[in-house]
Ligand binder design. Sequence first.
Ligand code: ATP
Ligand code: MG
Length: 441
Amino acid sequence: MHLPENIVYITDKLAENGYEAFVVGGCVRDYLLGQCPKDYDVTTSALPEQIIECFKGERLLTNGLKHGTVTVIKDDIPIEITTYRIDGDYKDHRHPEKVEFTSSLKEDLSRRDFTINAMAYSEKTGVVDYFGGQDDLKNGIIRAVGNPYKRFDEDALRILRALRFSSRFGFEIERNTSDAIHRLRYLLERISVERIQTELCGILLGNCYDVLYNYPDVICEIIPELRPSIGFLQYTKYHNRTVYRHTIKATAESDCDIISRLTMLLHDVGKPDSFYMEDGRGRFKGHALISRDISEKVLKRLKFSNKITEEVLFLIENHSIKMNDTDKYIKKAVVRYGEERFLKLIDIHIFDNLGKAEMCLWENDFFRSIAQHTREYLDSQPALTLKSLKVNGNDMMALGFSGADIGKALNFLMDAVIDEHCKNEKDKLIEYLKRNRKNVK
Ligand code: ATP
Ligand code: MG
């Protein structure tokens, strides 16, 4: 393992002073997987005061001292050095009551969550692997260190970490560990939403299909709103999957960014509520709006930023609009939604189809051609915007429009100009609006 210079400096310095020092955890795992570690953690037999003594005169952060962590800032890069420790009893299924230092590396490794995360390395000793981490890495397995029931009971966040690593590396979760995850999933109620949000994003931004498929119960612990989708048959030729299975297929097929993934995960959450039968087939009229409203609650509860929430809700609300491949439609759509949002909305339609029956897939060529034409249109001329219209919000208010209806009226007039029903002149526009007022929607 080739360690960066600043890490070698730190481990050498500790060794010169008579202490053991290893890099540990994620960096060893990533290195053995042939991936570039994103950071290096150092573990040592030196006690916190001894670490501080070793690095006298260097820039240090000591806010993690209680947990045995001293951070040395070397070439502007913070490096965490932590004393070998055993975690005491866990008081709230998350935080150990107290930490105890130990002189045994093995004890330190045994408190770590999964075998693939419980290896250490030093140039002198090579890889230290007491729990079969290398084999599990080779075989693609996530396995708790020790008894999984005990380990998840100590810290329930590990349940979501298991799912996250499984998704990230495409690894399977070992049987015993998996059983414990299912049985102890209720412990997640003790984990803060901030942590849950982070782990959920990690799960979604990987090879998430198998995790969503195999752990719907855990996912519904976080998002109970998805529960009615599970096993919900659709009774339409366009779907050969239940709502949940369609949802997770579309999610896994979507681009790997959080907006796409959240949108697809929640886009049909309102389907069960809107279901009815008509002429022998299932219908879901209005489900996009219901999905939007349910998703708003979910995203707020999970404390997603306003920016992400607004974007996702827009896409969910509009995920099943009818689209056309005509110049006029594209011009109107770009004015109405904005160019970026419109292109994203086209993508969302494509992802949605990828989760539907085979017979729907042809439609994706149609959506791709709309996207292509939209890009050509945007390249050939600056997109029309509502600003180019010769009337504005004040004119609409003067005509008695207020609130959201102002935007609707302006969009209505923009459409009329693009459709050549009306010239873009103030008097003409006002007159046209007065005549067609009842059609503003
Ligand atoms: P990532 O690449 O996502 O940072 P990582 O394995 O480095 O993965 P960290 O959260 O940075 O994960 O934690 C570093 C190490 O600390 C882990 O590899 C693991 O050994 C240990 N660890 C982290 N969180 C826990 C936990 N909740 N329970 C037990 N051990 C943990
Ligand atoms: Mg890490």
